[in-house]
Design a protein around this ligand. Structure first.
Ligand SMILES: [Cu+2]
Length: 349
């Protein structure tokens, strides 16, 4: 059933993409044909709020994004597990988790070919558990996460930017805490170190190389992204989060000069944790086991961008996005993702 959905989606997606390519081939490459919407599109092309994009020479952008990512119910691989299943092997099982993020972005383009970016985020994690004895308890951790700095470079552009290839590279600095503690089921024993998914940063310097292809028509654009996260060495707690690779395929349509909906499919594979935090007991709860981290998830994503018009609001944009996982194959025993919601505001000046 789930795979039929994926196949149906891919078929529709590729058909739409193909009709766009055919339409593009019929167009001539006259700059004057670009309408106002397309010129605005030039400033802010990403299909989504977190997407790789560039700006024109001298442009600044500031942005804020809110993200909510609820998880609920345990699974092993693709198989759902009950609390009782998990409690056969562990003293405690998570039952749900809410992750919230407030992200702040700054971008600046010294030239048309190079855009610099910086990003910092405040994270708010909350996880509900139940013990083998039936006692429920909640742990929370909040604070700033890892700061990301980098650049995006135009490696290739053709026909007034109808086709482009962007290369991106950023470094994330280990500014987020990996030492967050909270009370567990028995507050009498004091606060304890929280497991890996509750911590706010990776604790390592991470490299994020990426490549993006964009093909833009007069009113629409489609593209593909490939992004990597590579952990450099181990952190001060003797572990490194898994490396990841993420592939995206997206299509966006500019309905009019203020509204642009999009559709995206997003496949991400994340490795297990290397090493282990010696202060965590992996027999206690699945989240404290470095083997119960990462996996393969495919998301279907949809949303829209609203471009504001008028003197004072010019260059401002709102984006709303909703992601649902259509396939989750988790490493070991973990919580399943329910959905992601993102809302973003961006201002280009
Ligand atoms: Cu930007």
């Amino acid at each position: 059933m789930r795979y039929d959905l994926v196949r149906a989606f891919l078929f529709v997606f590729l058909s739409v993409a193909h009709s766009q390519i055919t339409a593009l081939q019929a167009q001539d490459e006259d700059l004057e044909e670009l309408d106002l919407a397309a010129l605005l599109d030039e400033k802010i092309i990403p299909a989504n709020v977190l997407g790789t994009h560039t700006h024109m020479t001298g442009e600044w952008m500031v942005g804020y994004t809110y993200m909510l990512m609820p998880m609920e119910g345990m699974a092993s691989g693709t198989q759902k597990l009950s609390n009782a299943d998990v409690l056969q092997n562990y003293m405690v099982t998570p039952t749900s988790m809410d992750m919230q993020m407030h992200m702040f972005h700054v971008m600046y383009a010294p030239t048309d070919d190079l855009t610099l970016m910086g990003m910092a985020g405040y994270r708010d994690n909350s996880m509900d558990h139940i013990t083998r004895m039936g006692t429920p308890f909640t742990t929370t951790a909040s604070g700033f996460g890892d700061i990301k700095l980098g650049g995006i470079y135009h490696a290739y552009r053709k026909g007034f930017d109808k086709e482009r290839i962007l290369l991106s590279l950023s470094v994330s600095l280990p500014t987020g805490s990996i030492s967050k503690t909270d009370f567990l089921a028995n507050p009498a024993i004091g606060k304890k170190l929280l497991p890996y998914p509750m911590q706010l940063g990776s604790g390592t310097f991470d490299l994020h190389p990426g490549i993006k292809y964009i093909n833009r028509g007069e009113r629409s654009a489609w593209g593909a992204d490939l992004d990597f996260t590579l952990r450099l060495g181990k952190n001060s707690h003797e572990y490194a989060l898994g490396n990841s690779i993420e592939a995206k395929l997206w299509y966006r349509y500019q309905l009019n000069d203020w509204l642009a909906p999009f559709l995206q499919i997003d496949a991400k594979s994340t490795g297990r944790i290397k090493g282990r935090d010696p202060a965590l007991n992996s027999m206690l709860v699945p989240t404290a086991d470095p083997d119960n981290q990462g996996g393969k998830v495919v998301y279907l994503q949809s949303g829209f961008n609203i471009f504001f018009q008028g003197k004072t609001l010019d260059g401002q944009r709102l984006a709303v996005e909703f992601l649902v996982p259509i396939h989750q194959d988790l490493n070991g025993i973990q919580l399943r993702t329910r959905w992601h919601l993102r809302g973003g505001w961006q201002w280009v000046f």
